[in-house]
Design a protein. Sequence first.
Length: 157
Amino acid sequence: MTEVVTQLTAPVRPIEVDDAAKRHIYHRQIRFADIDAHGHVNNARFLEYIEDARIALYLDYAGVLQEDRNGLPSVGVVIVRHEVDYRKPLKFRHGSVRIESWVIKINGASCEMAAEIRSDEEVFLEARSTIAAVDPDTARPRRFTVPERAFLERYMP
């Protein structure tokens, strides 16, 4: 399955790149719909926050999205694995939280990315995701291109 990008995933604030730490910075406003019966952001919503940040990072590279054989926008990558550590409950707040993303490792056809959902003072979630490159038309694995690798390397410490 490839990720689909819509206007609803547009960032609340401009996207930043923290050059010193080589992290992609994405700001996301917490919505009332994100809050569960316990009064904090539902654990599944955190993955949506990370997805929004990952899509923004990809759009920094691709600009205009390719379309797959069905005419749907396609980023040419799939998530193979998520590993998530919930550090602290995130309650509704005025203002956005920050999702910082960076690349830990790049292989021929996959990479491992890390992410934190945080404020200036607190870390609410730490995650690692394994992402595999796929051909948008066939959904078969492929190797990262030289330009893709160079882009990902910008976010390696």
